[in-house]
Design a protein around this ligand. Structure first.
Ligand code: DC
Length: 230
C-alpha cells in the first residue's frame, strides 16, 4: 500500500475541545494508529527543560527536535499508549498546564515545526491513522479522507479542565484556567506558520453542549458517509 493510499482522519481544534479523547476512542473503534501530535510539542518543551535549553533558542530546539529519542508504546488499545522519552516514562509528566504553555511557545517556531513534520507523517501506517492536533488537516495530512474541526467555548473548556483537575485532587482557579486557555488559543491561532484554523474541507463540530458519546457519534456518522467505517 503506498503511503497516500493509507486512510487518515484528522481531528484538529483548540486545547480542551475533547479532540484527544475522541481521537483515542475513534482509533480504538477502527483499530487504526493514533498520532497525538500535541504530545510531540509537549515532549520537545519537556526535553528542553531537562536539557536547560531556553525556549527562544531556535537552533538548539531544532537540533533537539531532530534527535528526540521518543517511543509511543501502545497499551491495550490506542487510548492507553504510554510515552517514553530518553528511556523515561513521561506520559503524565508532559500533561501539565505549564508544559502545555511551553509547548505552544516552541510550536510557534517555524523551523521547529519543520523538524517535526516528517516524524508525524511516519505514523501513517496501515490500516489507517487518526491524527489529533492543530494543523493535521491543513498542513500535515492535507489529503486526509475526513477532517474534523472540533471546538467548544473557552468557558466550557476551562470548566472541563477544572473538573478534571479537581478529580485528580489538584486545585486550580477557574479564572486562571480561562486566562491560560485564552492566551494559548491566541498564540496558536495567530502564529505565522500552521496556525490553528479549520481546513477548507473540514467538518465543524461545536462540542460545547454535547457529551463525548454525542461527539463520537457525529464523527462516526461522517466516517460512515465516506466509507471509512464498516
Ligand atoms: O493538544 P495539546 O494541548 O497537547 O498541544 C500542546 C501545544 O502544542 C498546543 O498549544 C500547540 C502545539 N501544537 C501545535 O502547534 N500543533 C499541533 N499539531 C499540536 C499541538
Amino acid at each position: 500500500m503506498t503511503e497516500t493510499a493509507i486512510p487518515v482522519i484528522t481531528i484538529d481544534g483548540p486545547g480542551g475541545s475533547g479532540k484527544g479523547t475522541i481521537a483515542g476512542l475513534l482509533a480504538a473503534r477502527l483499530g487504526w494508529n493514533l498520532l497525538d501530535s500535541g504530545a510531540l510539542y509537549r515532549l520537545l518543551a519537556f526535553a528542553a527543560q531537562t536539557h536547560g535549553i531556553d525556549l527562544t533558542n531556535e537552533e538548539s530546539l531544532v537540533a533537539l527536535a531532530a534527535h528526540l529519542d521518543v517511543q509511543f508504546v501502545a497499551g491495550e488499545d490506542a487510548k492507553e499508549q504510554s510515552i517514553v522519552l530518553e528511556g523515561e516514562d513521561v506520559t503524565r509528566a508532559i500533561r501539565g498546564e505549564a508544559i502545555g504553555a511551553h509547548a505552544s511557545v516552541v510550536a510557534s517556531l517555524p523551523a521547529v515545526r519543520d523538524a517535526l513534520l516528517q516524524r508525524q507523517r511516519v505514523f501513517r501506517d496501515p490500516p489507517g491513522l487518526v491524527a489529533d492536533g492543530r494543523d493535521m488537516g491543513t498542513v500535515v495530512f492535507p489529503d486526509a479522507e475526513l477532517k474534523i474541526f472540533l471546538t467548544a467555548s473557552a468557558e466550557e473548556r476551562a470548566d472541563r479542565r477544572h473538573k478534571q483537575l479537581l478529580k485528580k485532587g489538584e486545585t486550580a482557579s477557574l479564572a486562571s484556567l480561562l486566562d491560560e486557555i485564552n492566551a494559548r488559543d491566541a498564540r496558536d491561532m495567530n502564529r505565522s506558520v500552521a496556525p490553528l484554523k479549520p481546513a477548507d474541507d473540514a467538518v465543524l463540530i461545536d462540542s460545547t453542549s454535547m457529551t463525548i458519546e454525542q461527539v463520537l457519534d457525529a464523527v462516526q456518522q461522517e466516517a460512515l458517509k465516506r466509507g471509512l467505517l464498516g
